[in-house]
Design a protein around this ligand. Structure first.
Ligand code: SAM
Length: 255
């Protein structure tokens, strides 16, 4: 069971998020606990102030350290090994292997910033900082949703069968092969014949080649770290040869 707590000034943002998809399933199956906690309850003044002007001048407001640190301490109390995560655009990028790692935890607390960010000293009270991409969001809540969504589908038991995630993009360091459903022909574009024949070995081979080709053309950086097995290396060799012959990635012509 993974217990997730979010420290935010806008807990209501999560109301509908947790009623859909994998987060909802994880909560329903009691495999994930979830609580969005209002940071303002840890502010000590009458107005429940959580932000203040930046020292040294400059634009916007900065989130004060006291309510956040008080909140972190309150959420950590009595919890066994909670991982405290600070959302920030200034950190290592979130990826599938980080999602897998987090899905093994029993407890995580995600701190959401707003305005121009958080007082630097808060960094001394967190275990890790995570960015969801090289862009700036208006708040950490959407970043937290990205993290929870990706993590919740990896919590054992949430997806029903582990085979669902087995072929997903990034699971094995590659992008997933292209997928099709009915109808067989849509506006003149046909489903690749191999998928209709029912020959499982041929389908497996086609999918492996598509997966490798897709990664090779769209995300070659992934292949720099992927350790290929013999079959994968052989198929990648074929793809390279085809590329040199001028055949680029193509499944069907768009109508
Ligand atoms: N001024 C800050 C900077 O340039 O680094 C950005 C502050 S941003 C407007 C407010 C909050 O949104 C941040 O404190 C962080 O919690 C969250 N945030 C923004 N972009 C993010 C990203 N790419 N990944 C994770 N959190 C992000």
């Amino acid at each position: 069971m993974l217990d997730v707590k979010i420290l935010t000034i806008f807990p209501g943002i999560f109301d509908s998020f947790i009623t859909f998809g994998n987060p909802a399933q994880a909560i329903e199956k009691h495999l994930m606990g979830f609580e969005a906690v209002d940071l303002r309850q840890f502010a000590s003044d009458r107005h429940r102030t959580t932000d203040d002007y930046p020292y040294g001048g400059g634009r916007g407001m900065i989130m004060k350290p006291e309510p956040i640190v008080k909140g972190i301490r309150a959420l950590k109390a009595g919890v066994d090994k909670p991982r405290v995560i600070l959302t920030t655009p200034q950190a290592r990028l979130f990826d599938q292997s980080k999602a897998e790692e987090l899905s093994q935890l029993s407890s995580m607390i995600i701190v959401c910033g707003r305005y121009e960010g958080i007082d630097e000293r808060v960094r001394c009270y967190v275990d890790e900082e995570i960015s969801v991409g090289d862009y700036v969001l208006s708040g950490g809540e959407t970043a937290a949703m990205v993290i929870i969504d990706a993590v919740s589908r990896l919590v054992p038991g949430v997806m029903g069968s582990d085979s669902h995630i087995g072929g997903d993009s990034f699971y094995d360091g590659l992008l997933e092969y292209p997928q099709y459903t009915r109808p067989r022909v849509f506006e003149g574009m046909s489903v690749p014949w191999v998928l209709l024949e029912g020959h499982h070995e041929k389908i497996r081979t086609w999918r492996l080649k598509q997966s490798l080709a897709r990664t090779f053309y769209r995300r070659p950086d992934l292949l720099e770290t992927k350790i290929l097995n013999e079959r994968e290396a052989e198929v990648l060799g074929e793809i390279r040869t085809e590329m040199n012959a001028g055949n680029m990635e193509k499944n069907h012509e768009c109508a």
